[in-house]
Design a protein around this ligand. Structure first.
Ligand code: 26M
Length: 803
């Protein structure tokens, strides 16, 4: 089935318009006269999609012919962002589309506003997955992302009286024009049941089966003909699960209960971030993703290969955190039970196929599953985990005789207080490489949470510092600065080789370039429409978590407010912008949101702050909003307690867009500071070692309260209820526990903010620092991240697709 010729779809305005109309008539079934905005949007999407689908067909043919080593990314989350603007850019049809729409009497901007982002992720981990897919395609690597097609994505955040209220995100309510269903590739997934041994082989007989139906989205590369895919699985009840007898008897709810239960598996994205929720449905989701994806990977391997011995050399599977780690026992089961390979051969293939990325340092975020639950849901997988554990512990005992405590710590099974399977231990044991996501993170991983494993297998650990897509977060988010960069460099090649940004550094000496840079920032702030564009825009956008310390930023805001009320304020005008969601069950984080909104209401209503301080908190921070906020930011808040933030990626996006960072020596902040230079970064606070020492001694937050008048004043108004009852809880938590050393870092932070003011007052100096941030952060492209994965972990090569 080779050599089929494709008609090339035109990208001229005339060709685009012809296809737009044809799609409107024949695929949407309407006419220009009667088309709604939604009709126009869906038709536009199809017309753009067709141009990429053609490249996709050529990509698939080239990949098929090459039979390369594939990269498969397994992730429970993808935060892809809006698809329309991206696909217009990557297909080179943005201008043609605008012209064609206008010629048909449609309003392009009104229509573009109908594009809904698929919010299939929580935060950093999900967005990283999307950036890596973007870079894999851009670098012509044959790759597939596997995930779950949740019906309801990350909840929509509203504020009611300042409190976060969650609303369901029915993102595909109008249908998703970017998706290609592939019902012929559906899989059957088993749950529950029992195992037996038949003729020397173990057979698992599931008690329940669910169908997994895939659909895919196109993942185009920038400046290349490669179009990869992300394949998302949706749970579907098998036909047999509709109970016709009950239906006929009028028991309508009972008739569909099994079907509903099956389809619940892909109903909703868990909105937790950094704290695992121990629910059986979550475990079902994880196995559903793993089982469907591995069968698909095996099917694709068999299309081109005949010998299991070649599997690992043709397949690299990356496990995005522990969420898909059941893939390790699942592949063992497929190879040993279903394919009849001997255990050792299968284990060697499994270990050479998988690699694992760890995204956390919080011990409470390391996933474990109750042995009882896992054994009931997946009886054969638990047996396999026990067998893997027996071999692991033999190796530990051989290397460290008489070290019983080490054996206990490294076991895949935690015994006390309840028996749990430790997914991170399983991940390290069943893979070739384990990587952290920033230099400090990898160093802390190997010296703390995974230290025992590092002692046993030091060569398994590598660092791969995160990165972000310059297409998404510079070109699409900030077309103005992108044009200025291209003008300054005399090329737009920086979009696929971000190290070229270093060529901007000499332009800091060019007064007219500096002035254009300033104008662009100002225009982006005006377009955002929050606060005075002349004020310094001070931005803290990320999920709400105590370790990230939005509460520290809030204490600073209150301190500025008090200074203004005291008279003679000498700080620069600021707009402080917060954005982010809290997990619905995370009470302390929701309190902080509530308190920020209360403080904002008070500060903004007080005429004393006019022209000096504004606090804004737009609801529902997501990729769409990030693309408007990041290009407008002057100051980037990266103020987590040192040793807690694995990497951060918002820090990279903001710095790349010319925001200066105020931050701790945490995660990738350290690497950003190393590159932009200490003079162009506002450092404050304890480092990771100091924070650890302080935490493990008897830290007394009240000593800081007692010693610092401004801190005391800020905490006093909060506890006194000046911003509502919620303040009491927040203040008490800081004064009584302060788990994340907020009070210990307060003075250093507030003083450093005065240096920010001084730098801002000298606009020429600020602009120079801003340009240097962009010029020196090309390293943080996800293209470099993918290059590192290729060299150290995946060992896969590009396959070029003819343009
Ligand atoms: C767990 C249980 C149930 C439901 C959801 C979860 C869960 C979901 C997401 C747990 C953790 C999740 O994400 C963690 C995360 O986003 N980590 C971040 O990863 C980024 C990319 O590597 C880093 O830059 C951040 O520092 C890190 O916090």
């Amino acid at each position: 089935r080779n050599g089929v010729e494709l008609r090339s779809l035109g990208t001229s305005p005339a060709a685009f318009k012809e296809d737009l109309l044809s799609n409107l008539y024949y695929r949407r079934g309407t006419t220009v006269e009667s088309a709604s905005a939604q009709d126009a949007y869906e038709t536009l999407a199809l017309t753009v999609r067709d141009r990429l689908a053609e490249r996709r067909a050529r990509t698939a043919a080239a990949h098929y012919a090459a039979n390369p080593r594939w990269v498969y990314y397994l992730s429970a989350e993808y935060l892809l962002g809006p698809q329309l603007e991206q696909n217009l850019l990557y297909s080179g049809t943005a201008e043609a589309a605008r012209t064609a729409l206008e010629a048909c009497g449609f309003a392009p901007d009104e229509i573009a506003a109908l594009d809904v982002e698929p919010g299939l992720g929580n935060g950093g981990l999900g967005r990283l997955a999307a950036c890596l897919l973007d870079s894999l395609a851009t670098m012509d690597i044959p790759a597939v992302g596997y995930g779950i097609r949740y019906d309801l994505g990350i909840f929509k955040q509203e504020f009611h009286d300042g409190r976060q209220v969650e609303r369901p995100d029915d993102w595909a309510f109008q249908g998703d024009p970017w998706e290609f269903p592939a019902p012929d590739d559906r899989q059957v997934v088993g749950f529950y049941g029992s195992t037996s041994v038949v003729g020397g082989r173990t057979v698992w007989t599931p008690g329940e089966t669910v169908l997994g139906e895939p659909s895919h989205l196109l993942v185009p590369g920038y400046g290349t003909a490669t179009v990869n895919i992300v394949r998302l699985w949706r749970a579907q009840a098998s036909e047999a699960s509709f109970d016709l007898t009950r239906f006929a008897a009028g028991q309508y709810a009972e008739a569909v209960q099994d079907a509903v239960r099956a389809e619940n598996i892909s109903k909703v994205l868990y909105p937790d971030d950094s704290t695992p929720a121990g629910r059986e449905l979550r475990l079902k989701q994880q196995y559903f993703l793993v089982s469907c994806s591995l069968r698909d990977i095996v099917r694709r391997f068999r299309l081109r290969n005949g010998d299991w011995a070649d599997f690992a050399s043709k397949t690299a599977i990356q496990l995005n955190d522990t969420h898909p780690v059941l893939a390790i026992p699942e592949l063992m089961r497929l190879l040993v039970d279903e394919e009849g390979l001997d255990w050792d051969h299968a284990w060697s293939l499994v270990r050479r196929t998988f690699n694992y990325t760890c995204h956390t340092l919080l011990p409470e975020a390391l996933e474990t599953w109750p042995v009882d639950m896992l054994g009931r849901l997946l009886p054969r997988h638990l047996e396999i985990i026990y067998l893997i554990n027996a071999e692991l512990l033999d190796e530990v005992r051989a290397r460290f005789p008489d070290d019983l405590d080490r054996v206990r710590r490294m076991s895949l099974i935690q015994e006390e207080p309840t028996r749990q399977v430790r997914m991170a231990n399983l991940a390290v044991t069943g893979t070739t490489r384990t990587n952290g996501v920033a230099a400090l993170h990898t160093q802390l991983l190997t010296s703390t949470v995974l230290r025992d494993f590092h002692d046993l297998w030091p060569d398994r650990f590598v660092n791969v510092t995160n990165g972000v897509s310059p297409r998404r977060f510079v070109r699409l988010a900030d077309p103005l600065v992108s044009a200025l960069i291209s003008d300054g460099l005399g090329t737009d090649r920086w979009l696929s080789d971000l190290s070229l940004l270093s060529g901007l550094a000499p332009l800091v000496a060019d007064a007219s370039f500096r002035s254009r840079w300033r104008d662009v920032k100002r225009a982006n702030k005006a377009a955002l429409g929050l606060g005075d564009p002349a004020a310094l825009l001070d931005v803290m956008v990320k999920r709400f978590h105590e370790y990230k310390r939005q509460q520290l930023k809030l204490l600073h805001v209150i301190t500025l407010y008090h200074r203004i009320l005291a008279g003679g304020y000498d700080g620069v005008p600021r707009t402080v912008l917060f954005g982010g969601k809290a997990a619905p069950a995370y009470h302390a984080a929701k309190n902080i949101i509530h308190l920020i909104n209360a403080v904002a209401a008070r500060v903004n209503a007080d005429p004393a702050t006019d022209g000096l301080l504004t606090v804004v908190f737009p609801a529902n921070y997501n990729i769409t909003l990030a693309e408007r906020v990041i290009p407008a930011a002057d100051l980037s808040e990266q103020i987590s307690m040192a040793g807690k933030e694995a990497s951060g990626t918002g820090n990279m996006k903001l710095s790349l867009n010319g925001a200066l960072t105020i931050g701790t020596l945490d995660g990738a902040n350290i690497e950003i500071r190393d590159r932009v230079g200490a003079d162009n970064f506002f450092l404050f606070g304890l480092n990771a070692a100091e924070a650890l020492t302080l935490r493990s001694g008897d830290y007394r937050p009240r000593d800081h309260y007692a010693a610092d008048g401004e801190l005391r004043a800020a905490l006093d108004v909060i506890s006194a209820g000046a911003f509502g009852g919620v303040g009491q809880e927040v203040a008490a938590s800081l004064l009584d526990r302060d788990e994340y050393l907020t009070l210990a870092d307060y003075r250093s932070y507030v003083d450093r903010q005065s240096d920010v003011d001084a730098a801002w007052r000298d606009q020429e100096r600020w602009t120079t620092m801003s340009i240097l941030n962009t010029a020196r952060t090309g390293y943080f492209s996800s293209d470099r991240t993918v290059a590192d994965y290729l060299t150290h972990i995946w060992h896969a090569s590009p396959v070029r697709v003819d343009a």
